[in-house]
Ligand binder design. Sequence first.
Ligand code: COA
Length: 375
Amino acid sequence: MSEIVPVISATGLYTPPDSISNEELVKSFNAYVARFNADHAVEIAAGTVSELQPSSAEFIEKASGIKARHVISKAPILDPAIMAPRWAERANEEISVLAEIGVAAARDALSRAGRDAADVDAVLCAASNMQRPYPAMAIEIQAALGIEGFAFDMNVACSSATFGIQTAADYIRAGHARSVLVVSPEICSGHLNWRDRDSHFIFGDVATAVLVEAVDIAPQPHWEILGTRLKTVFSNNIRNNFGFLNRATPETAGAADKLFVQEGRKVFKEVVPMVASLIVEEAAKLGLDGGALRRLWLHQANQGMNRLISQRVLGHEANDDESPTVLDTYGNTSSAGSIIAFHLNSEDLAAGDAGVICSFGAGYSAGTVFVRKVA
Ligand code: COA
């Protein structure tokens, strides 16, 4: 029996309407710093508390390429007394915030594919932070869309979406499903420490969806999945210790390690070679070396990392057409980043053009999805 070919039928995107510019962010951060330093003037003078340093919009743009980020809850994040997203807790009968934005992205993907939700067999909620342990966010999304079949959550941090696409593709190859939604709602503002100067500018909120289907039911145009490759290597350099075994107590409430923490320089140095060789090796295996890759839709964490990775893969510095960025307006949106880059920068490619969607992040984890446009 010949193998069923999995394809990407469509992608979907939900972008929160509110955005925070670097200037707005730095103004709020620096107000917090001034307040902290004034409140602790005596201890700072005595040398028992370290004086906080201000942030700068120029540094942020130069170090990361980020100019702004979308967020779901802007005012509390910018309030120097809060500096975290806040919204009214919802009753169990109401849809969760994470599921709500996931559903919006999923509906976008379904309508682009001309697909009725009732024809979808499975939903994977693939994201770096779930709103709760259970019931699964994916099952809530499945119910809201009226999908039969099965759904479950999976978390591979920034690589969740590419790992989700391979999982969906494998279900299709094995005949367990013919139409699978991979939904990545990323409310990164909830796990970012907005008071940490080294990382307060990194993340934004968004949701993406990828509809992976068997080729015989897919609409035209679509993207044939030529091959996928995943890799994980344990590292403590990006870590978040939040969990049910360390519930907030007066001692731990607000502890910085219960939010995102990283050794940014080590991440940069260790992840770039790992990802570049993953792409190069897999491209060669698929016969996509030697200039056959028309576009790289890379994870959106840092423009310097993307510059180096694309240089190693293409053999020259990539231009915006070869390796498009969405970092400037979205910031790092964890697993959704490479999917946003693909969603916003794939329509112009011609039939036969091939490219790679690539993610990397905590774990470490890296995933590649090689695709070719069929029209
Ligand atoms: N405003 C102004 N200056 C700042 C600053 C801020 N917000 N944050 C740090 N600085 C200063 C530091 O104090 C340091 O000053 P010094 O040289 O006088 O000591 C200097 O800028 C460099 O700091 P550093 O933290 O080493 O910055 P960097 O150039 O490594 O850039 C990252 C920081 C996070 C952007 C970078 O390491 C990176 O992108 N790493 C990749 C990892 C990543 O993005 N991970 C996300 C998850 S996948």
